[in-house]
Design a protein around this ligand. Sequence first.
Ligand code: NAD
Length: 255
Amino acid sequence: MNALVTGSTSGIGLGIAQRLAAKGCNIMLNGFGSEEQIDAAKASVAAHGVRVGYHPADLSKPDQIEALIKATQAELGQIDVLVNNAGIQHVAPIESFDPAKWDAVIAINLSAAFHTTRLVLPGMQQRNWGRIINIASAHGLVASANKSAYVAAKHGIVGLTKVTALENAKTGVTCNAVCPGWVLTPLVQAQVDARAQREGVPVEQAKVGLLSEKQPSHEFVTPEQLGGLVVFLCSEDAKEVRGAAWNMDGGWVAQ
Ligand code: NAD
């Protein structure tokens, strides 16, 4: 089995790639990072005895997404599992939200998943098997202030997930969204650091403050736990899980 995981040079995407590799899945990695970071990510996946490729496509650019899909097919063969994970964040009130940042968040967090999906679907449909997993967010289900582009993109990807699931409901191709709460990755570390600076408190205290606002467990979700959920969604037992938006969020959206 072959999987393409976008945005997998760090954080959640890397955790998912490692869990899929542990189940014997060959992996195409994608995302930004230093040469050392990318080599380390590749090595951590290859340690599971699977084939690993890497492609540097910038997912805000549709022509580079096409190149990523072609390179994956050339290097690994058919794409059985697509995990749309790459994402960025920008935090500001709407009236001062930089329009260029809006466009970038929508392009990377939403439109990229449309492009990868439209390009891998024909092969999956032909083989009558495929798994498309969109990494949305608790922010795909509920909102927070100052995250207009992110919340719009994540609600959008939950909608795209449902349409993809419905259009393929009579086939062996499923599509689901995973909605994590806070996970301590570089994307969230930046928000913790900004909070520590804003409030003049130590970073550890800022972490507790962040969690206690939204996440009743007061524990971070881990990339490994999310990887476990993705592995389940790829299994035969998950064949009739279609169009779900599955939260793993320490109780965030139960409130
Ligand atoms: P991260 O910053 O650790 O990783 C993001 C990945 O996307 C990196 O590999 C980065 O290089 C890649 N990326 C960024 N811009 C890209 C671009 N233009 N083209 C290609 N790759 C690009 O972030 P993360 O926290 O692991 O986030 C992964 C996903 O999970 C995102 O979609 C994010 O919205 C979602 N998410 C994160 C959290 C959290 O608490 N960390 C919570 C809910 C949802």
